[in-house]
Design a binder for this molecule. Sequence first.
Ligand code: CA
Length: 216
Amino acid sequence: MKILVIEDEPRLAHNLAKAMREDGYVVETADNGAEGLFRAENQDYDALVLDVMLPGMDGWTVLDRLRRSKRTPVLMLTARDHPKDRVRGLDTGADDYLVKPFDLSELLARLRALIRRSVGQAVSRWEIKELEFDTRARTVRKAGVPIVLTAREYAIVEYLILHRGEVISRTQLYEHLWDENDDTLSNLVDVHVFSIRKKLGADLITTRRGQGYCIE
Ligand code: CA
C-alpha cells in the first residue's frame, strides 16, 4: 500500500513515515500543500494523510481541489478539536480525521480501516480455502499453522486480497508496493509470487497472461 503524508512539521512527518514503513506501507511525503496536491493528483495512492495547517495551500484547499478528480481516501490531521472543523472536513470529502496530538497506533488502525472501506472490505480477516489472513496482526495461517512471509510477499498477498476478484497488473503492484527509488532486483514481482505459491499453495494466486495476477 502506498501512502502520501502531507505534513509540514519535519519531526511529525518523519515519525509518521517511520511508523507506517514499519507497518509495511510504502510512504512518500510532501511538506507543503501544492506539492502534496500535485503528487496526489498524478499518482494513485491507497490513502493520504493530510495536515490541515500547511504553508501556502492549506489542507482544506488541497482536499477540495483533489476531490474534483480523485476519490483517494483521506485522513485529515487537525490541531483544533472544533465541531466546525469536523463538519467542514466531512463536507469537503475527508473520510476520517484525527485531532493532534494523536496516538500513532490509533492513526495506523484508522488508516487500515480507511483503506479496507475504500475497497469495499469491512472485515480484517479472510479465509480462503485452508488459509486464514489477519491483516490486523499481519499473519497468515495454513491449516492452522503460521506461515512466515517476507514483508514484500505479505504486501503482495494483502493487496491482491483487498482487491479480490480483480486482475492486478504487475505495474499496479509496483506502483502501490514499491518505493519509486527502489529499482533493485528484489523488485521482480514474479519471483515473489513464485515464493508465495511455494509457501501458500500453487492455486491461491492465478496468473492472467498479459494482464497480471488475481486472487479469486
Ligand atoms: Ca502543520
